[in-house]
Write a protein of this length. Structure first.
Ligand code: SF4
Ligand code: SF4
Ligand code: SF4
Ligand code: FES
Length: 268
């Protein structure tokens, strides 16, 4: 029997065995905030934004790493759950610049989205001081560690999707940061500039140079090689200003190489 039934917030939902609680909730249209979760990557369970209450289970398990089981009774919006989520986000914000209006990720940022969802409007913890230098060495994108929430989505992307392993989380505590081998600049690392980590970063920490929002998109196929990756050209004022990999279909599932991601505007 491959099907299971569980209750989420009093709603009976059917699921496939092997799905996580988060996947079941999302399939049923029930929102659970997340930050370190990425549907393209293995479950990680670090940010604790997706905690839920499960009747008969101790503590508050993370929905992104907890397998759904038959008969499970889940609550996604309880005072205890919201307290943990709010504290997690407040700690992230304490270590984060408050200049959303001038951030290229403004209105597309997942940290903004979860803070708004949780109703966080005040700075409860003392702000950490000191700015980290921005790594602008890569010709196509910047790494601004001041905007980083240490979700490791970039690290896991570089490992699980790209298979390069150019970056990792290095050092501990307040010193913790995304780093290359020997803490070199990205340009001096083994990074192949595919930009996959940029796509998977939830904040403005990894961001294309000259990031702007297109006014419309045109679907086409990358002209560089015979693989035929699906792409969307982002158009603004008659110019191509961005490229997005096509997730639908089986050819590239959203991924692109450096030529497709950053070289199209020069080619056309
Ligand atoms: S990364 Fe998000 S929260 Fe941080 S400044 Fe940019 S828009 Fe605001
Ligand atoms: S651009 Fe590609 S190779 Fe470089 S760090 Fe990001 S995912 Fe890894
Ligand atoms: S750079 Fe982005 S993806 Fe990487 S750990 Fe920081 S916030 Fe997460
Ligand atoms: S999304 Fe589940 S722990 Fe981060």
């Amino acid at each position: 029997m491959d099907k299971i039934k569980l209750a989420i917030n009093g709603q009976e939902v059917e699921a496939r065995r092997g799905m996580t609680v988060l996947e079941v909730a999302e399939a049923a249209g029930i929102y659970i905030p997340t930050l370190c979760h990425d549907p393209d990557l293995e479950p990680y369970g670090a940010c604790r934004l997706c905690v839920v209450e499960v009747e008969g289970m101790r503590g508050l398990p993370t929905a992104c790493t907890t397998p759904a089981t038959d008969g499970m009774v889940v609550h996604t919006e309880t005072p205890a759950v919201n307290k943990v989520r709010c504290t997690a986000v407040e700690l992230l914000i304490a270590d984060h610049p408050s200049d959303c209006l001038t951030c290229p990720k403004n209105q597309q940022c997942e940290l903004q989205k979860v803070a708004a969802y949780l109703g966080i409007t005040q700075q409860r913890f003392r702000k950490a001081t000191g700015l980290l230098p921005v790594d602008t060495s890569n010709p196509f994108f910047n790494l601004d560690r001041n905007m980083c929430i240490l979700c490791a989505r970039c690290v896991r992307t570089c490992d699980e999707i790209t298979g390069v392993g150019a970056i990792d989380l290095a050092f501990r505590g307040y010193e913790s940061k995304v780093s290359t081998f020997n803490d070199n600049l990205l340009l001096d690392s083994i990074c192949v500039s595919c930009g996959e980590c940029v796509v998977h970063c939830p904040t403005g920490a990894l961001i294309p140079k000259d990031a702007r929002q297109p006014t419309r998109e045109v679907e086409t196929i990358c002209p560089y090689c015979g693989v035929g990756c699906g792409i969307y050209l982002g158009i603004r004022d008659g110019q191509i200003i961005s490229i997005r990999g096509k997730r639908e279909g089986t050819v590239n599932k959203g991924s692109l190489c450096v030529k497709g991601r950053f070289g199209i505007a020069e080619y056309i």
